[in-house]
Design a protein around this ligand. Structure first.
Ligand code: PLP
Length: 416
């Protein structure tokens, strides 16, 4: 499989466009203000009517947040982006923009736990989800029916680490006249731009690799601007298709759902993300390389029963990693160590790796998912998401690779 993605060069990450500041600052300043004053009442009226560019209230628009949104749209190859208070808020705002009672969603069983919880909550509003264990194009095609409004997936899924063929899934969705929505948190535009593979909307929890330092919760929705909302005939009731055409999704998202829920991003968090974005390609390269080395080391270790990392030849999803830049398979792996007690012991014996529920930090992170982020899921749903009693999730950081491996080697020896 050839890598069709046009990964933006490092230069694009450190030189955002249109971000000149009148004081000449090299970084977009933080406009830490709730509202923006205007000299005349007529001017503010024009801004409210979208007849004049400008800012009025930070829930609806803020220059620092806009700078982050524009940079994300550019790096993902999309038409526009909307920044949200969290990745969860981004998913909620995206779904609520497109759905009404009686609609359904097709998604994989191996999704982020918070998203699975959210899909369950939508049932109270008459919205159901068909969760599929093996998310192949054939199975997805069979699950789509007249009520399906979109196909949702993650690439690389967290924590199952399933990697599916994005182009095949996009073709399947488009055949049914519905969009493909991809949560690309685990790959970032440094490894793959899902829009190049046919995805219509890309979502990130930018709390993770995009921020990169674990300093702020945030999310972003990137609209490709390519899905034919009007022509599909499936969204006339929920989107302003006639007036906005290809921009109908973003028009409703920004002017209604996102604005009314108030899931806006704080300016200082946008600024932290802009800072993080500058080093994203460099960090991803180092993180993916260390993750691959750690996975190989753990696969050869006696105390480890199984290693799940898409970059290993033993992974059922190994072939699909050809979709990523240089075949880099991300920074997350999961291992099984035999029992919950052994999983706890491994975590407790690690000296560098931090035990906390996050991914995509500069520091290596570990977590026992079954007793934390999946504590409220039943065992069947948990296992469908790749989480067993003895699973430990590892998010590889920027420590020297030898030091990361030595930490796991020491912990495995100490617990033996
Ligand atoms: C963390 C995460 C989310 C949720 O994002 P928050 O910023 O924590 O709300 C969604 N999807 C994936 C794949 C994640 O890893």
């Amino acid at each position: 499989m050839k890598n069709e993605s046009t990964i933006p060069p490092s230069t694009a990450y450190v030189h955002p466009r249109n971000q000149t500041d009148m004081m000449g600052s090299s970084m977009m300043p933080v406009y830490q203000t709730s509202a923006f004053s205007h000299s005349t009442a007529a001017e503010l009226e024009q801004i409210f009517k979208n007849q004049k560019p400008g800012y009025a209230y930070s829930r609806v628009g803020n220059p620092t947040v806009n700078a982050f949104e524009n940079q994300m749209a550019r790096l993902e190859g999309g038409l526009s982006a909307t920044a949200c208070a969290s990745g969860s808020a981004a998913i909620a705002c995206c779904f609520l923009t497109l759905l009404k009672s009686g609609d359904s969603i097709v998604a994989p069983a191996g999704l982020y736990g918070g998203t699975l919880n959210w899909l369950k909550e939508l049932e109270a509003f008459g919205i159901t989800t068909r969760l599929i264990a093996d998310f192949s194009a054939t199975n997805v095609e069979a699950a789509i029916d007249g009520s399906t409004r979109f196909v949702f997936m993650e690439i690389i899924s967290n924590p199952k680490l399933e990697v599916v063929d994005v182009r095949a899934l996009a073709e399947t969705a488009h055949k049914a006249n519905i969009p493909l929505i991809v949560d690309a948190t685990a790959v970032t535009p440094a490894l793959m731009r899902p829009i190049d593979f046919g995805a219509d909307i890309v979502i990130h929890s930018s709390s993770k690799y995009i921020n990169g330092n674990g300093t702020a919760i945030s999310g972003v929705i990137v609209d490709s601007g390519r899905f034919p909302w009007k022509k599909s005939g499936k969204f006339d009731e929920v989107l302003p298709c006639k007036k906005f055409g290809l921009a109908a999704f973003t028009a409703k998202l920004r002017n209604s759902t996102w604005q009314n829920i108030g899931a806006c991003l704080a300016p200082v968090h946008a600024w932290l993300n802009m800072t993080g974005l500058e080093t994203l390609p460099l960090r991803m390269k180092q993180i993916c390389s260390s993750a691959k080395a750690l996975a190989a080391f753990l696969e050869a270790s006696k105390g480890v029963q199984a290693v799940n990392y898409p970059g290993l030849a033993s992974s059922p999803w190994h072939q699909q990693t050809a979709q990523f830049a240089e075949g880099q398979a991300g920074g997350i792996l999961t291992i099984r160590v035999g029992s919950k007690a052994r999983a706890f012991s491994l975590i407790d014996h690690l000296k560098l790796a931090l035990n906390l529920p996050n991914i995509g930090d500069t520091k290596t992170l570990v977590l026992h998912p079954a007793s934390t982020i999946f504590i409220h899921s039943d065992p069947a749903a948990r296992e469908a998401a790749g989480v067993f009693e003895d699973t430990v999730r590892i998010s590889v950081g920027l420590e020297t690779c030898d030091d990361i491996i030595a930490d796991f080697k020491g912990a495995l020896e100490a617990m033996a």
